[in-house]
Write a protein that binds this ligand. Structure first.
Ligand code: GLN
Length: 538
């Protein structure tokens, strides 16, 4: 197939309906039919990227191999498709305006007035088409962030309208994800909110081709007929998406609902094979019928929100399925670790200390790591979690009581975690950390090497501070070994404590690379160690 086909996914009625999951599920089904598919997210906010956003605002910031700080939906795309995304897969209003304004400053518009239409919409369209032109995909799914009717998403909706016109009917389609709420007082599913949001879309000149309806209850044929009639869609294009117990069920549910078949027919794609979702179904079966249960603690400061540590939680789901183990994750607020909470930590089967920024809650993190280290509880420190493990070890084993990171205390006399020279003069916060994929060489006979079963690895980073190599010999002599090093810079990427059964800290973010078809070895090994520890207590 030579020509790229475009699918646009819009959302109606409410946010948080799961456009990312529906997009990823459809992409997975099309991919399993042999098509080359990618997904792109357009975010209507004015930040250039979510790198400067607090996780409370927009959940986790997901980092791609090429070092882009992106929306967490890209994490779902990679986890579902097992294919890497890049900067081009996430576009924000900030980035669009930045490009247009830079062009204007260069004089590229030749004296014309620069306007939302056509200049902003042209730039949006260029970005949508760019992926198809540079990579020759069969299908590109473009998810429009926000909800139809939002003022800020209007230029995106207008761009979709123009593109549909330019591309032609069989080369593009619009899927509208909507909510069909159940009113318990009336004991009825209600279609009116969907009718209204489809109407709002039509006011912008777009007819939805397919409705995917989020619902708590089965949608009857009567309701499907009603939705089809009032929303101008074929009745087989009204697709039910009932609440699922896990997001990994959604591709299988969409397959049953024939979403992929309707899409193939409407886009007039004829060159495809039948779906093969066996590996996926096997993963879901194992996930749903675990043979064991473990309880682990996740220490962080954003524990109220599921989305803040999305990739870590999903990596644990993947590793749980491999180990046929249900992983119960207990969120532990790092600011509230008193003796009582510490007692609870001692009863857990494993502890993860999460990534993070700033000094809030770090003493709690250090306290929890001490408990894990002294009691041989499996411990996994990720990024800031690794840095805190180094500080804990320096304070309590090397006896350097005031050890710290210069991020938390600029004047500490023992900066065991410090800034690299090239980070010292940075004033712009956006996009200036050590980002994206970096090589790491594993040390012979280390636990890390036996877990990865390889000497050279690549992992993704997102941080400014590093282990200060001035302290490396002392740390190693006292038992905390560097087991992964970047050979070009000499930076320590992994530390481990061979005297404990499983105590590893990584400067990178392994969670960004775990997928259903390729669960991350560190998470798989960590869950297996927690299971062993749990069994040893019996
Ligand atoms: N704040 C630390 C740094 O910038 C850790 C960052 C992280 O955990 N992602 O180095």
């Amino acid at each position: 197939m030579s020509k790229t086909k475009y699918i646009f996914v819009t959302g109606g009625v409410s946010s948080s309906l799961g456009k990312g999951i529906i997009s990823a599920s459809l992409a997975k089904l099309l991919q399993s039919r042999g098509l080359d598919v990618t997904i792109q997210k357009l975010d209507p906010y004015i930040n250039v990227d979510p790198g400067t956003l607090n996780p409370y605002e927009h959940g986790e910031c997901y980092v791609t191999s090429d070092g882009a700080e992106t929306d967490l939906d890209l994490g779902h795309y990679e986890r579902f498709l097992n294919v890497e995304t890049s900067q081009a897969n996430n576009v924000t209003t900030g980035r669009i305006y930045q490009t247009v304004i830079e062009k204007e400053r260069k004089g590229d518009f030749l004296g014309k007035t620069v306007q939302v239409i056509p200049h902003i919409t042209d730039e949006i369209k260029r970005r949508i088409k760019l992926l198809g032109e540079t990579n020759n995909y069969d299908v590109i799914i473009t998810e429009i962030g926000g909800t139809v009717g939002d003022i800020e998403s209007l230029p995106y909706i207008e761009s979709v309208r123009q593109l549909r016109w330019e591309l032609g009917k069989s080369n593009s389609l619009v899927i509208h994800l909507t909510l069909v709420p159940y009113l318990s007082a009336a004991k009825e599913l209600k279609t009116k909110p969907t009718q209204h949001s489809v109407k709002t879309l039509m006011e912008s000149g777009i007819n939805a081709d397919i409705l995917v309806c989020r619902t708590e209850h089965d949608i009857s044929d009567d309701i499907k007929n009603k939705l089809a009639l009032f929303c101008n869609v074929d009745v087989d294009s009204v697709i039910q998406s009932k609440d699922a117990s896990t997001i990994y069920d959604v591709p299988l549910m969409m397959e049953k609902e024939k979403l992929d078949k309707v899409v193939l027919k409407k886009l007039e794609i004829s060159n495809y094979s039948s779906t093969n979702m066996n590996v996926w179904a096997d993963f879901v079966n194992k996930l749903k019928s675990p043979k064991n249960t473990i309880n682990i603690g996740l220490v962080g400061k954003y524990v109220e929100l599921q989305d803040s540590y999305k990739s870590i939680l999903e990596s644990l789901v993947h590793a749980g399925s491999v180990n046929e183990t249900k992983v119960n994750v207990h969120s532990i607020h790092s600011e509230h670790i008193d003796d009582e909470i510490n007692e609870k930590i001692l009863k857990l089967d494993g502890l993860i200390v999460a990534p993070g920024f700033g000094s809030r809650g770090i003493e709690g993190k250090i306290k929890s790591i001490k408990s894990a280290r002294e009691n041989n509880i499996p411990f996994f420190g990720i990024c800031l979690g690794m840095q805190m493990a180094v500080i804990e070890f320096s304070r309590n084993v090397l006896n350097l009581k005031d050890s710290n990171s210069t991020e938390m205390d600029k004047n500490t006399s023992n900066p065991v975690i410090s800034l690299m020279q090239d980070q010292k003069n940075i004033t712009n916060m956006g996009g200036t950390m050590r980002l994206g994929s970096w090589d790491c060489e594993l040390i012979e006979n280390s636990r890390a090497m036996s877990i990865y079963n390889s000497k050279q690895i690549k992992e993704r980073h997102r941080h400014r501070w590093e282990l200060n190599n001035k302290y490396l010999d002392d740390l190693q002599d006292a038992g905390l070994k560097a087991s992964g090093i970047n050979s070009k810079t000499g930076l320590v990427e992994i530390v481990e404590l061979p005297s404990n059964d499983w105590f590893i800290g990584v400067q990178f973010h392994p969670e960004y690379k775990s997928t259903v078809e390729n669960p991350h070895p560190l998470f798989v090994s960590f869950v297996s160690a927690c299971l062993k520890y749990n069994n040893s207590k019996k």
